[in-house]
Design a protein around this ligand. Structure first.
Ligand SMILES: [Zn+2]
Length: 180
């Protein structure tokens, strides 16, 4: 079912189903990388530049020796927002959408979701660590606050486990507003 190494905490079990991304020749290695708990990013073997989204030719040196390389999985929140709209029927809002910049290279960013983190605790520059959610054959990279900050994270199966939408800051809920 799952590869070795991911059971120890890198695999997130959610109470909804994510849409599986299409696996193409160019992207399959990225989407399935998390099977062993590691994030892999396409990297030019000639000049060392990471390339995301994956592409077959290096944008820096035009080298064609591009290979998926394990990275630390560590990064920081570069920008983020609370999505309150039901874009994906199987994925109930609200949830946190973020651009995470990996520590390996300035500008190396992944569009992702933040999990195990209330919106009130997110800030630009927040250190985060990769984790993965299964979707079909894919392991979708997600991010959560780095260890030390994750003790309070909700366990799988807790229906209330999704991040609250900024309640602590008094922002109005979509369609709500009768809490006073
Ligand atoms: Zn290169």
């Amino acid at each position: 079912m799952t590869g070795p190494g991911i059971e120890g905490g890198a695999l997130v079990v959610e109470d909804f189903e994510r849409v599986a991304p299409p696996l193409t020749d160019r992207t399959a290695a990225f989407w399935t990388s998390g099977a062993d708990g590691l994030l892999r990013i396409a990297r030019c073997q000639d000049c060392g530049r990471y390339l995301h989204p994956p592409r077959p030719v290096c944008s820096a040196c035009q080298g064609r020796g591009v290979a998926f390389t394990p990275v630390s999985g560590r990064g920081t929140v570069w920008s983020w927002t609370v999505n309150r709209y039901g874009w994906v029927p199987s994925m109930p809002p609200p949830y946190l959408v973020a651009d995470v910049e990996l520590v390996e290279q300035p500008g190396l960013r992944l569009l992702t979701n933040l999990v195990d983190c209330p919106a009130a605790e997110v800030y630009v520059g927040l250190p985060v660590q990769v984790c993965f959610a299964r979707a079909g054959e894919a392991y979708i990279p997600l991010f959560r606050p780095e260890a030390g900050n994750a003790q309070g994270r909700p366990e799988a199966g807790n229906a209330q486990g999704r991040p609250e939408a900024g309640n602590a800051q008094g922002r109005p809920e979509a369609g709500g507003g009768d809490q006073r």
